[in-house]
Ligand binder design. Sequence first.
Ligand code: NAD
Length: 440
Amino acid sequence: MRVLMVGAGYVGLVSAACFADFGHQVVCIDSDAGKIEALRGGKIPIYEPGLGELVSTNLRAGRLSFETDLKEAIADADVVFMAVGTPSRRGDGHADLSHVYAAARQIAGALRGFTVIVTKSTVPVGTGDEVERIIRETNPDADFAVVSNPEFLREGAAISDFKRPDRIVIGLEDERARAVMAEVYRPLYLNAAPIMYTARRSAELIKYAANAYLAMKITFINEMADLCEALDADVQDVARGIGLDQRIGSKFLHAGPGYGGSCFPKDTMALAKAAQDAASPVRLVEATVAINDSRKRAMARKVTAACGGEVRGKTVAVLGLTFKPNTDDMREAPSLALIQALQDGGARVRAYDPEGMEGARALLDGVTFGNSPYEIAESADALVIVTEWDAFRALDLDRIGKSMKTPVLVDLRNIYKQGEVEKYGFTYTSVGRPRPKRAA
Ligand code: NAD
C-alpha cells in the first residue's frame, strides 16, 4: 500500500513510522519545513521512546520518506491520512478544525484516481461530512471516500500502542474504502487486533467518548482522594479495592494533580461544547472539566500549606514538568498552572525535567532550570514531585534532605511512602493518604 501521512507530529510521525514498519510505502509530509528537514537528517523533533530507531530503520529500508510537497506525494497514494492538530479554538473551547480543513483543501486539489482520505485527527461528529463537502467543492471531479479512523495511542508508549492496539475503529460511508482500510491494517489483523467498522459519525464520537470516560475516571479518583484526606482514609487502598472489580478495572485510578496533556483537556471541552450545541448536554463531562480546572489551584494550595501557609520569598523546587513521564509534551501540563500559581504567591521556582525543559522554557517565565533533582533541591524550602518519571522514584533522599533549607516534600503522584520519607527528616505531603498513626 502507498500511504501518505499529512502531519508529522506525535500521531502522524508515529503512525507513518509504524505503517512503514508494517511494510507499506509511506511518505510523511508536514507544513513545517524545518521539521521535515530535521527528519530527513534523522533528527526526531519529539521525545518518544523507540521512535528514533524505528524512523531510521525505515528510512534506510526506503519505505519511509519525508517531503514538504503534498502535490507530488499524493500522486501515487492509495490512502491519505490527516494527522494534523485539532487544538481548542481560542475563546470558545470548540475544536479548532482549521488545520483539518486546510489539509482537506490541499489534498482535494492534488487528487488523482480513487483515493481514500482518512481523518486520524480527533474531530467532532460531522467533520467527515464537511471534509467530504470541501473536497467535492474544491475538486468536483475527484474520486474519493472519506473515512474516520481515530487514534488511541498514548504518548510515551505510542509505538507499542500503535502496533498492539486494543482496537482499531474505522468509520466509513463508502464501501469501496473498506477493502483499502482492511489492507492498510492487515498486519494488525494478523496480530488479532479487533477491527471495528462503523458509521463515520459513530467513529468520530467513539474517540471523544473514550477520552471523556478516561478523564472522568481520573477525576473520580481525584475527588475520592480529597474525600480520603477529609475522612482519614487511603485513596490507594480505595483505588485498589474498586479496581479489582473487573467491571471497574484498575487503570486510570491514580490520584494526582489532575489530568493534562494534548488530548484530555481539549477533547473533554470540545465534547461538552458540541453536546451543548446539539441540545444534548453531557453534564458528567462538564463537571469533569470544571473539577479538573479547580484541582490545579487546589494543588498550589496544598504546596502552600506544606510550606507553612506562605510561599512568598521561598524557593520551591519542582520535579517533573511534562504532563506525564516518557514524553517531552508540555501541552496543558499540570506543572504550568501550579508554577504560575506559586509564582503569583511570591515563590521563586526552580525546575527539572528529564525531557521537557526545552519545551518548558518557552512557556514559563522566571523559572530557574537545573540539571538534576539534586541541583534544584539545594537550599530549597520545598520539593514538589509533579510528574512521576522513573528517575524520581529512587532519589537519594538523605542527600536531598540534608541539602535543602527545609526538608519539605510534596509528592503529587504518591510515589513515596510516608514512613520511608520521614526517616530522612522530611515533612511529607501526598495526595489522598492519611497521616500515619503516631504511637501514644
Ligand atoms: P501535533 O501538533 O504534534 O502535530 C500536528 C502536525 O501537523 C504538526 O507538525 C503541524 O506542523 C502539521 N500540520 C498542520 N497542518 C498541516 C498541513 N496542512 N499540512 C501538513 N502538515 C500540517 O499534533 P498531535 O499531537 O500529533 O495530534 C494530531 C491529532 O491527533 C490531534 O487531533 C490530536 O487530538 C489527535 N491525537 C493525539 C494524540 C496524542 O497523544 N498526541 C493521541 C491520539 C489522538
